[in-house]
Design a protein around this ligand. Structure first.
Ligand SMILES: [Zn+2]
Length: 369
């Protein structure tokens, strides 16, 4: 998916009839319409006027392990009002356009090699994955900026748009765009030297193929007993990397799940140490919950049990966005401490205590092979 569809989330206000759907789809695509960039430059080699290639964030050899007929489901399948197509072809899954084919073929080889997943990923693989995640994120935030500017134009025309806090959202997007861009440049500069950027927080190999794939970065806000981890509501310095990279990779007859973050970051240490003391089923249930609550770029095998798609809490958590609570006019007049209390309390759906409310798709029960 190229846009952050949670941005456009208007659950309950979507179309009801076939005619509604036609209008609605036109409206959504008008919001998503982009400006064409003036000149195309490769992010890696900086050459001008090149042809961008289809850069895959998630290696294709991984996607193909859970693909039926070349298609995967995306999390739109859980939305009652579909904002985008619920199916994605493998060739278009998590693809971005800002690198030339030469660079794309050259600098990501290690993490795109099947044989390298027999053991824990090494530093170079982690750097390559992080680089892909950051580039993919800033490309998406760039498109999101266009969507917002189109929404602002609609608002100026007097059309009310059913989302609140638009200015705050624009601020968040701009921040995320710049952060991911800066991180990508830093990793690129140090990609092939011996500087260590990352530490593995968690690694597990399981002996069956799980039915979905995820590779992205985000922050985690709440740990065990709702302990605050990263601050969801602050615009931290661009030099402070508090995000964590999540990889859930279904392989041919097994799966690897690992997470990693900046080497000097300690805010997640206790959380992962505690997680590792739980039994395997519980660990997977918690990771599965984090995946669906915090990330929207999850791609699923399309033969997945249809009852899962009807799980109420699953639908709710997939569509919910943390920043909805961050700056709403409802709390503008409260005292600072009261505002903080309200904001963190409003995140209760993101509490990992809820992990058992959704089906654990990482468990053996839902395996493909
Ligand atoms: Zn290039």
């Amino acid at each position: 998916m190229n846009n952050y569809y949670k941005t456009l989330n208007i659950e309950g206000l979507g179309p009801k009839t076939k005619e509604d759907y036609i209008c609605f789809n036109k409206y959504i695509s008008s919001l998503n319409s982009k400006k064409t960039p003036k000149e195309k430059r490769c992010f890696v080699c900086n050459k001008k006027n090149i042809k961008y290639c289809n850069s895959h964030t998630i290696p294709q050899f991984i996607l193909r392990n859970i693909t039926q007929d070349g298609k995967l489901l995306n999390t739109q399948i859980f939305n009652s009002a579909k904002l985008l197509n619920k199916e994605t072809g493998v060739n278009k899954t998590q693809v971005f356009h800002c690198i030339c084919a030469d660079c794309d073929n050259k600098i990501f080889k290690e993490y795109e090699t099947k044989e390298n997943y027999q053991v824990e990923p090494n530093q170079l693989m982690l750097k390559q994955i992080a680089l892909k995640n950051h580039i993919s994120r800033f490309c998406k935030h760039n498109e999101e900026k266009h969507t917002y500017s189109n929404i602002l134009k609609e608002i100026k025309k007097g059309i009310t748009y059913p989302i609140t806090d638009i200015n705050y959202r624009i601020k968040v997007t701009e921040h995320n765009y710049r952060y991911n861009n800066k991180r990508a440049r830093l990793i690129l500069k140090n990609l092939n030297n011996s500087t260590e950027f990352y530490k593995l927080c968690y690694y597990k190999k399981i002996n069956y193929t799980v039915p979905y794939v995820l590779q992205a970065n985000s922050i985690l806000s709440l740990g065990f007993n709702n302990e605050k981890l990263a601050n969801t509501f602050d615009f931290t310095s661009f030099d402070y990397a508090d995000d964590i990279h999540f990889c859930i990779y279904p392989l041919e007859k097994e799966s690897v799940i690992f997470t990693f973050c900046d080497k000097s970051l300690t805010i997640y240490d206790d959380f992962f140490e505690t997680l590792k003391t739980k039994n395997e089923e519980e660990q997977l249930s918690i990771l599965n919950f984090i995946a669906f609550a915090y990330f929207e770029d999850i791609f699923l095998n399309n033969k997945i049990d249809k009852s899962i798609l009807e799980n109420y809490f699953m639908k709710q958590i997939i569509q919910e966005q943390m920043i909805t609570y961050a700056d709403t006019s409802l709390i503008q007049n409260l005292k600072k401490e009261e505002r903080e209390f309200y904001k963190w309390n409003a995140l209760s759906n993101f509490s990992i205590d809820n992990n058992k409310k959704i089906p654990n798709l990482l468990s053996y029960e839902y395996r493909i092979v």
